[in-house]
Ligand binder design. Structure first.
Ligand SMILES: [Fe+2]
Ligand SMILES: [Fe+2]
Length: 323
């Protein structure tokens, strides 16, 4: 490498898969810069995903190419808006879409499904939830994880966002006003099913097989274990992921721990998770499904759910779901 070459970092979120690069790209490996791609090459989607999985946050470019990369970034963004993202293939377009639309998608659950029934207090708490979540979503690491959920399927990312948003909203209502706690519950909600994205392909072939069922039972632990290795998420976030299928009566999994041993924030995420699953699988108009879901959840008091937390969640939902 010549002496005149000065490298600067560029966030991986500013590089797009399967798109011609405007300049050379370098990786920083074991203290050394190594040329990875030449100008005009593309980074295949599979490799790009691997970077995301390995939590590579930056690539490197020559400082005098910075302007070209800024230009490339703006062109790629507007191409995504005009549908070129779709041409790059479904997965690539999902990643592009996440960058472009995630802020708009964020509050689908809150705005579309809930706001209609909210009173003034409910509306101001929804607003506060939106603001808090928007700050958390600025983090490129969070966006990368959403990209991974997106790759697993639209259903996964929708469900995860619903659970994250709803859990944050419920926590705020219940009195967890501190940003750090809201961030913890949002991330726990967002990544509660992350383990499903790490199940080996061969286990997923047949949903009726024992292999598939075992893998699903292990998803909470698998999620926690892979995030311990690949991320800096706090113990509390990991705990929510690990415990989200535990039950108050001790009949949950993977450990079968009882109510008092389950983290309070996990209990809120468990409620939001069950609510979203019930609403999705229910029949009829949305408010009907939501009401029915709340009725079913109330029957699980002391069984699946801690009566005190359940009561608070139900009351909050009752005040915002359309009658
Ligand atoms: Fe789950
Ligand atoms: Fe879930």
């Amino acid at each position: 490498m010549g002496d005149d070459l000065r490298l600067v970092d560029i966030p991986i979120s500013h590089i797009f898969p399967d798109r011609e690069l405007p300049g050379d790209i370098y990786l920083h490996i074991a203290g050394k810069f190594i040329k990875y791609k030449n100008q005009g090459d593309t980074i295949p989607l599979q490799k790009y995903e691997l970077f995301i999985f390995k939590r590579v946050k930056s690539l490197y470019i020559s400082s005098d190419m910075r302007e070209s990369f800024v230009d490339y970034y703006h062109k790629a963004r507007s191409a995504a808006g005009s549908g070129a993202g779709e041409r790059a293939g479904k997965k690539a377009s999902n990643i592009v879409r996440i960058r472009e639309e995630v802020k708009l998608d964020l509050f689908d659950f809150v705005t579309r499904d809930i706001e209609a029934g909210a009173d003034d207090k409910g509306e101001s708490l929804i607003q506060k939830t939106k603001e808090t979540v928007a700050v958390i979503m600025e983090d490129v690491v969070v966006q990368d994880f959403i990209g991974q959920l997106c790759n697993y399927g639209q259903g996964m990312v929708d469900h995860s966002m619903n659970v994250a948003n709803l859990s944050s909203f419920l926590a705020l209502n219940i009195g967890y006003g501190q940003f750090k706690l809201l961030e913890t519950i949002f991330l726990g909600g967002l990544l509660h099913d992350y383990g499903k994205t790490r199940i080996k392909e061969e286990y997923l072939q047949d949903p009726d097989s024992d292999l598939f069922k075992d893998a699903m039972i292990q998803h909470a632990e698998l999620g926690r274990n892979s995030l311990i290795l690949d991320s800096d998420f706090s113990d509390e976030v990991l705990r929510i992921i690990m415990e989200h299928h535990e039950r108050h009566d001790g009949k949950g999994y993977p450990k079968g721990i009882r109510g008092g041993k389950i983290f309070d924030l996990t209990k809120i995420v468990s409620f939001a998770n069950s609510f979203d699953n019930l609403v999705l699988s229910g029949t009829g108009a949305l408010p009907v499904r939501q009401r029915k879901a709340l009725e079913l959840l109330s029957k699980d008091s002391g069984k699946r759910f801690d009566p005190k937390i359940l009561d608070k969640c139900l009351r909050t939902m009752d005040s915002i779901v359309a009658k």
